[in-house]
Design a protein. Sequence first.
Length: 168
Amino acid sequence: MDNSVKLYLPTDAAHIQTLKPNTVVQIYGTLYTARDQAHKRIAQALKNGESLPFDLHTAAIYYCGPTPAPRGKAIGSCGPTTSGRMDAYTPLLIEHGLRVMIGKGVRNAQTVESIRSHGAVYLTAIGGAAALYQSRVTACELIAYPDLGCEAVCKLTVENFPAVVSVV
Protein backbone atom coordinates (compact mmCIF):
# COMPACT_ATOMS: atom_id res chain seq x y z
CA MET A 1 0.00 0.00 0.00
CA ASP A 2 2.37 2.64 -1.29
CA ASN A 3 -0.16 5.49 -1.05
CA SER A 4 -1.05 4.82 2.55
CA VAL A 5 -0.40 7.06 5.53
CA LYS A 6 1.21 5.80 8.72
CA LEU A 7 -0.87 6.45 11.83
CA TYR A 8 0.95 6.06 15.14
CA LEU A 9 -1.17 5.54 18.24
CA PRO A 10 -1.85 7.09 20.57
CA THR A 11 -2.33 10.23 18.49
CA ASP A 12 -3.65 13.72 19.12
CA ALA A 13 -6.52 15.82 17.80
CA ALA A 14 -4.23 17.92 15.59
CA HIS A 15 -2.97 14.84 13.76
CA ILE A 16 -6.47 13.39 13.44
CA GLN A 17 -7.59 16.56 11.67
CA THR A 18 -4.93 16.04 8.98
CA LEU A 19 -6.59 12.77 7.94
CA LYS A 20 -8.84 12.86 4.90
CA PRO A 21 -11.78 10.54 4.08
CA ASN A 22 -10.92 7.55 1.89
CA THR A 23 -7.25 7.65 2.92
CA VAL A 24 -5.73 4.25 3.63
CA VAL A 25 -3.85 4.24 6.93
CA GLN A 26 -1.37 1.75 8.32
CA ILE A 27 -1.74 1.76 12.11
CA TYR A 28 1.14 1.28 14.54
CA GLY A 29 0.76 1.25 18.32
CA THR A 30 -1.95 0.39 20.82
CA LEU A 31 -5.58 -0.56 20.20
CA TYR A 32 -8.16 -1.66 22.77
CA THR A 33 -10.74 -4.22 21.75
CA ALA A 34 -14.30 -3.55 22.88
CA ARG A 35 -17.61 -4.84 21.61
CA ASP A 36 -21.24 -4.42 22.69
CA GLN A 37 -21.08 -5.68 26.25
CA ALA A 38 -17.79 -3.95 27.03
CA HIS A 39 -19.23 -0.68 25.69
CA LYS A 40 -22.26 -1.12 27.91
CA ARG A 41 -20.01 -1.50 30.98
CA ILE A 42 -17.75 1.39 29.99
CA ALA A 43 -20.78 3.66 29.51
CA GLN A 44 -22.19 2.62 32.87
CA ALA A 45 -18.84 3.28 34.56
CA LEU A 46 -18.76 6.76 33.01
CA LYS A 47 -22.30 7.48 34.21
CA ASN A 48 -21.37 6.28 37.71
CA GLY A 49 -18.13 8.28 37.82
CA GLU A 50 -16.04 5.11 38.07
CA SER A 51 -12.56 4.60 36.65
CA LEU A 52 -12.14 2.87 33.30
CA PRO A 53 -9.75 0.07 32.34
CA PHE A 54 -7.95 2.46 29.95
CA ASP A 55 -7.70 6.21 29.34
CA LEU A 56 -10.26 7.26 26.73
CA HIS A 57 -8.21 10.38 25.88
CA THR A 58 -5.36 8.28 24.47
CA ALA A 59 -7.30 5.18 23.46
CA ALA A 60 -8.16 3.82 20.05
CA ILE A 61 -10.99 1.30 20.25
CA TYR A 62 -11.13 -1.57 17.77
CA TYR A 63 -14.59 -3.12 17.55
CA CYS A 64 -13.42 -6.70 17.72
CA GLY A 65 -13.89 -9.83 19.80
CA PRO A 66 -10.69 -11.80 19.34
CA THR A 67 -10.61 -15.54 19.66
CA PRO A 68 -8.00 -17.34 21.80
CA ALA A 69 -4.50 -17.36 20.40
CA PRO A 70 -3.33 -20.55 18.72
CA ARG A 71 0.09 -21.85 19.67
CA GLY A 72 2.82 -19.48 18.55
CA LYS A 73 0.49 -16.53 17.83
CA ALA A 74 -0.20 -13.37 19.85
CA ILE A 75 -3.94 -13.56 19.13
CA GLY A 76 -6.56 -15.64 17.38
CA SER A 77 -8.95 -14.44 14.72
CA CYS A 78 -9.54 -10.71 15.17
CA GLY A 79 -11.60 -9.24 12.38
CA PRO A 80 -13.76 -6.15 12.86
CA THR A 81 -17.35 -6.30 14.01
CA THR A 82 -20.25 -4.08 12.94
CA SER A 83 -19.72 -0.60 14.34
CA GLY A 84 -23.37 0.40 14.38
CA ARG A 85 -23.96 -1.85 17.38
CA MET A 86 -21.79 0.52 19.43
CA ASP A 87 -23.60 3.68 18.28
CA ALA A 88 -25.81 3.78 21.38
CA TYR A 89 -22.67 4.27 23.50
CA THR A 90 -20.20 6.01 21.18
CA PRO A 91 -21.28 9.67 21.61
CA LEU A 92 -20.88 9.33 25.39
CA LEU A 93 -17.40 7.84 25.01
CA ILE A 94 -16.44 10.58 22.56
CA GLU A 95 -17.70 13.24 25.00
CA HIS A 96 -15.32 11.72 27.57
CA GLY A 97 -12.28 11.83 25.29
CA LEU A 98 -12.36 8.93 22.81
CA ARG A 99 -10.93 10.08 19.48
CA VAL A 100 -10.20 6.94 17.40
CA MET A 101 -12.59 4.08 16.57
CA ILE A 102 -12.09 1.19 14.15
CA GLY A 103 -14.75 -1.20 12.90
CA LYS A 104 -16.81 -2.04 9.84
CA GLY A 105 -19.97 -0.57 8.42
CA VAL A 106 -21.79 2.75 8.64
CA ARG A 107 -22.47 4.85 11.74
CA ASN A 108 -25.76 6.52 12.62
CA ALA A 109 -26.26 10.28 12.16
CA GLN A 110 -25.83 11.09 15.88
CA THR A 111 -22.52 9.23 16.02
CA VAL A 112 -21.24 10.86 12.83
CA GLU A 113 -22.11 14.29 14.23
CA SER A 114 -20.37 13.46 17.51
CA ILE A 115 -17.24 12.28 15.67
CA ARG A 116 -17.12 15.46 13.59
CA SER A 117 -17.95 17.92 16.36
CA HIS A 118 -15.35 16.49 18.77
CA GLY A 119 -12.48 16.08 16.31
CA ALA A 120 -12.54 12.29 16.37
CA VAL A 121 -12.07 9.79 13.53
CA TYR A 122 -13.79 6.59 12.49
CA LEU A 123 -11.65 4.15 10.54
CA THR A 124 -13.13 1.26 8.60
CA ALA A 125 -11.41 -2.11 8.77
CA ILE A 126 -11.80 -4.82 6.17
CA GLY A 127 -14.56 -7.31 6.91
CA GLY A 128 -13.56 -10.91 6.21
CA ALA A 129 -9.87 -10.20 6.77
CA ALA A 130 -9.48 -11.67 10.27
CA ALA A 131 -6.34 -13.62 9.30
CA LEU A 132 -4.72 -10.47 7.91
CA TYR A 133 -5.45 -8.57 11.11
CA GLN A 134 -4.23 -11.48 13.23
CA SER A 135 -0.88 -11.25 11.43
CA ARG A 136 -0.57 -7.54 12.32
CA VAL A 137 -0.99 -8.01 16.09
CA THR A 138 2.33 -8.45 17.89
CA ALA A 139 0.97 -8.56 21.46
CA CYS A 140 -2.38 -9.07 23.19
CA GLU A 141 -3.13 -8.57 26.88
CA LEU A 142 -6.50 -9.07 28.58
CA ILE A 143 -7.09 -5.96 30.68
CA ALA A 144 -10.78 -5.88 31.70
CA TYR A 145 -14.05 -7.79 31.99
CA PRO A 146 -12.71 -11.35 31.62
CA ASP A 147 -16.21 -12.72 32.28
CA LEU A 148 -17.22 -11.42 28.84
CA GLY A 149 -15.07 -14.01 27.06
CA CYS A 150 -14.22 -12.84 23.55
CA GLU A 151 -15.96 -9.53 24.32
CA ALA A 152 -13.51 -8.75 27.14
CA VAL A 153 -11.28 -5.71 26.69
CA CYS A 154 -7.81 -6.54 25.38
CA LYS A 155 -4.85 -4.26 24.79
CA LEU A 156 -3.32 -4.97 21.38
CA THR A 157 -0.01 -3.86 19.97
CA VAL A 158 -0.24 -3.61 16.18
CA GLU A 159 2.06 -2.92 13.26
CA ASN A 160 1.06 -2.13 9.68
CA PHE A 161 -2.63 -2.62 10.55
CA PRO A 162 -4.67 -1.41 7.54
CA ALA A 163 -7.83 0.69 7.69
CA VAL A 164 -9.56 3.43 5.71
CA VAL A 165 -10.53 6.86 7.04
CA SER A 166 -14.33 6.97 6.84
CA VAL A 167 -15.52 9.82 9.08
CA VAL A 168 -13.42 12.71 10.36
